[in-house]
Design a protein around this ligand. Structure first.
Ligand code: PRP
Ligand code: URA
Length: 210
């Protein structure tokens, strides 16, 4: 069975994505919006975290109340653009560890090239959320998920702002155990592998490198 695709159905996400798409949005606003949408998608991507109960004393009485079961969590941005989402995830899960995978797309072959990898020691025991704003051909996410599996990770989710149908299909084929959480699914890829209508080059817009 394929992994599930969770498309955010929320007016705040829809509104913020529209501003993100606008080519006139400033680097400062773009960066802030990426972080905010990241936070909102994290809310959905953590919906199934297990709970336990604990004793707490309110000003009124003692009671038993829910608490996260202490399941270990790691967020893994795909460099560079994935860095823009880390802050939003950490605002929701402040104790998460952060691993980094450096990949760039070869602009001719569109295939990912790895240049960096640094993980928490116990990453195999953690729930892993791989983050990247764009799922285009799916090559980068496919490779990143493959690397995490080589580290021994068994619980992996992928979070993106925009996904192309082509990228979703590729991940579902190669990693059917991985659920995808995305802000929206766009129409298609263009001949250069860019998402249409998309938002352009996410890394360049987050870091102001163009
Ligand atoms: C972008 C994006 C993804 C990748 C998506 O990164 O952030 O990592 O492309 O494309 P794919 O699904 O076809 O692999 P890019 O390679 O431009 O590097 P950057 O993050 O350094 O800008
Ligand atoms: N990478 C981006 O940053 N944007 C796209 O549309 C596709 C890949």
């Amino acid at each position: 069975m394929n992994g599930k695709v969770h498309v955010m159905d929320h007016p705040l996400v829809a509104h913020k994505l529209t501003i993100l798409r606008d080519k006139n949005t400033s680097v400062k606003d773009f960066r802030e919006l990426v972080s905010e949408i990241g936070m909102l998608i994290t809310y959905e991507a953590t919906r199934d975290l297990p709970l336990t109960t604990c004793e707490v004393e309110t000003p009124i009485c003692k009671t038993t109340a829910p608490m996260l079961k202490g399941k270990k969590f790691a967020v893994v941005p795909i460099l560079r653009a994935g860095l823009g989402l880390v802050d939003g995830v950490l605002r929701m899960v402040p104790s998460a560890r952060v691993g980094h995978i450096g990949l760039y797309r070869n602009e001719e072959t569109l295939e990912p090239v790895k240049y960096f990898c640094k993980m928490p020691k116990d990453v195999a025991e953690r729930e892993v959320l791989i983050v990247d704003p764009m799922l285009a051909t799916g090559g980068s996410a496919e490779a990143a998920i493959g690397f995490m599996k080589e580290y021994g990770c068994t619980s992996i989710k992928l979070m993106v702002l925009l996904a192309a149908p082509e990228g979703i299909e590729r991940i579902q084929k190669s990693h059917p155990d991985v659920d995808i959480y995305c802000g929206a699914v766009d129409e298609r890829l263009n001949e250069n592998g860019y998402i249409v209508p998309g938002l352009g080059d996410a890394g360049d817009r987050i870091f102001g490198t163009k």
